[in-house]
Ligand binder design. Structure first.
Ligand SMILES: Cc1cc2nc3c(=O)[nH]c(=O)nc-3n(C[C@H](O)[C@H](O)[C@H](O)COP(=O)(O)O)c2cc1C
Length: 209
């Protein structure tokens, strides 16, 4: 019982510190903040699941971290990813006509950081590459791998949307989903674990570690 009480205290204090950092006083876009800066700031508040898009460059496995992906349709199973037009990954996916979408678990932070380094080669070797599960590469720490065939390519502003028909799905490992928000990695905590008080029941259901 003591341990459970302590766990609640730790979770509450963790949420409080997260709240302090996120709930800065409300302010509108100030005159010196451009729409681009305000947009970036607003999107940093959109916590999302982390994925690594995989492809091949020079016939070697390659991966880049993204959050801009979503389910589009179930019949046929279809997903969408959004990649910066200037990225080497974008050119590789366009050339290959296929991509892997690795949904990351909490064990995949190091790989997600590696695959997010701007302007750096993103070849997947040890320790980031997992055993092959499909035609497209899979990364360590993936909790689901979607093997996708590009069916449509849609340039939008400075990004390219790749619509992918899902040819196969595998579940290489099991772990809580890895999230990214407020420029940090997070993991989910079931809301009921925070249910010590009425306020906690309505609290943000994730905490940092
Ligand atoms: C958590 C996270 C999410 C990201 N999401 C995207 C995304 O959805 N699309 C994208 O093009 N880049 C995204 N990036 C940036 C890429 O991972 C990468 O750093 C950037 O595009 C530069 O890659 P480059 O070396 O190809 O220039 C994200 C980075 C992080 C850390």
């Amino acid at each position: 019982m003591q341990n459970i009480v302590d766990l609640h205290a730790v979770l509450r204090s963790s949420l409080a510190s997260l709240g302090d950092r996120m709930n800065t006083p409300a302010d509108d876009m100030s005159d010196d903040m451009s729409i681009a800066d305000a947009f970036r700031r607003s999107m940093s508040l959109l916590t999302a699941s982390v994925a690594v898009v995989t492809t091949k460059v020079e016939d070697r496995p390659w991966g880049m971290t993204i959050t801009a992906c979503c389910s589009v349709s179930t019949a046929p199973p279809t997903v969408l990813i959004s990649l910066g037009e200037a990225s080497a990954t974008t050119h590789a996916v366009a050339e290959q006509g296929e991509y892997g979408l690795c949904l990351m678990g909490t064990g995949g932070v190091a790989t997600a950081e590696f695959a997010a380094a701007p302007g750096r080669p993103k070849f997947l070797d040890e320790p980031h590459l997992a055993a092959p599960v499909a035609a497209t590469p899979c990364v360590r720490g993936a909790i689901a791998h979607l093997d996708c065939l590009v069916t449509r390519t849609i340039p939008v502003a400075d990004h390219v949307l790749f619509i992918g028909e899902v040819r196969g799905v595998s579940f290489p490992s099991s772990a809580p989903t890895l999230l990214y928000g407020a420029r940090e990695f997070h993991r989910t905590v079931p809301a009921l674990q925070l249910a010590g008080t009425e306020t906690d029941l309505h609290a943000l259901a994730y905490s940092m570690w």
